[in-house]
Design a protein around this ligand. Sequence first.
Ligand SMILES: Cc1cc2nc3c(=O)[nH]c(=O)nc-3n(C[C@H](O)[C@H](O)[C@H](O)COP(=O)(O)O)c2cc1C
Length: 241
Amino acid sequence: MSGIGDKFQQETKYEPSRMPIHRLVWDSKPTLYKEYPVAQKIKLPSFELADGISLDQTLKQRKSIRDFRQKPISKEQLSYLLWASTGIQRIEDGYEYRTAPSAGALYPIETYLIVNDVRELEAGVYHYSIKAHQLEQLKQGEFRQEIAAAALGQGMCATAAAVFVWSAVFARCKWKYSQRGYRYIYLEAGHIAENLALAAVSLNLGSCEIGALYDDHVNAILGIDGTDESVLCMAVVGAPA
Ligand SMILES: Cc1cc2nc3c(=O)[nH]c(=O)nc-3n(C[C@H](O)[C@H](O)[C@H](O)COP(=O)(O)O)c2cc1C
């Protein structure tokens, strides 16, 4: 049985005889940071870098956690998880590089948060402003049931302290890699998701990645169009039961 996925895999292959010819048009390079200028900004606290647990232990302990205690996580923990998953970790020649690799350093992935239970942070929908390491509040109120419904009824979205939602701004990567860029976009979401999973372990928190979701229901919660930008996957985080 073959379908659109098989066709995509074949048609986006690099082969010596039919390499796409890309001419980079620098004037139309998409911006790498999405901003919500009118949204309320919430500063994220500085955090103590997690220590005391080796990478070896972290890798051995990581597993998908789907049952959570009704216990909030702290803003410091959230701040660390956001930075560790996709924050800026170095600047070279004026260019900002992040904790996860990105094809061509074009960083197509955006991070949103559904906050259910984080100390000193109102429940709601937020966008992570990577450049400023701060949150932008997009919606106020409880979205735990709605995000669970959008994840095919997976109850862990309602009981976790927070749900990380990753979208792609496709044009950023397509500017250089055209249709092959979709491969890189999906890979990059995986890098970020694994960073989050390992960072959660280092804080004695649990997480579970979620790929089963109604795309346009999640897009509607975030307020993105589902075409130029669309959800890719999510992950729940919280204190394990
Ligand atoms: C891309 C992807 C999508 C996933 N989607 C879901 C999901 O929707 N619901 C769920 O409960 N687990 C989901 N998982 C978690 C897997 O079920 C889990 O990683 C797998 O069973 C291996 O177990 P472990 O993570 O504990 O090692 C997903 C994992 C990945 C990588």
